[in-house]
Design a protein around this ligand. Sequence first.
Ligand code: KIV
Length: 279
Amino acid sequence: MYTPITSAHAAEPPRKPWTVPMLADAKRGGRRLVMLTAYDASFARCMDDAGVDLVLVGDSLGMVVQGQTSTLPVSVDDIAYHTACVARGLSRALLISDLPFQADATPERALDASTRCLQAGAAMVKLEGAGHKLEVIRFLVEREIPVCAHLGLTPQSVLRLGGYKVQGRDERAAARLREDARAVAEAGASLLVLECVPSQVAADITAAVSIPTIGIGAGPQCDGQVLVLHDLLGINTGHRRPKFVKDFLADGGSVAGAMHAFADAVRDGSFPDAAHSYE
Ligand code: KIV
């Protein structure tokens, strides 16, 4: 049975529950954001107790929970179910739900899927890409649905990309990423996940946009960092382990310790280091 770590943190004042406007305040104040994925109430509660700021019900659940080879088979029903489970474990962290493959193909479909996520307990939805998704972002934001954008390696594009590869390596691709980042922020996104991009490209984007950036394989200069729970805990999911993954259970000694170690390393800027980033 998990026991929250209290001794080292007992003196901390109660922390306010996160709201969407607090994200921009965090960026302005230079406070790094700590984000993890979760799929059930028990792990979500551990994260909340460990001071994780943002919890994502990622469509990574297709790979790490369902044992699929990609995120493409994940449905809105799956995301809504896991969102409701995770929501029951949280009292402070901001809950974000992924819109699964093609649930955001049109503004109307995205609105239906997002409404289900918010009614299940999420405060924000995440969607991949720019291009025609800019219209979707605007449509959702105008209808009071906060949006997290996701650029760089977008796993729902795996068939077009031909695999899970670092994005934005040449100057043309990097310029396109910078342009897309500005566009999703202008369309009204409140947060931006950058996955598998060279550190300098992520640093430039982070400096250029007013919304917080959350990196995963995007170097240390993002406004926050995210890891998939199973990667944080060193669990072998049968998939190739990317360079940016670090097993925090080895450092932390327990599940709660791993979450605290990750949160501390993100906040003090020691994770990710060069060994867990791309040039
Ligand atoms: O689905 C997911 O878990 C994600 C994170 C890797 C950011 O999108």
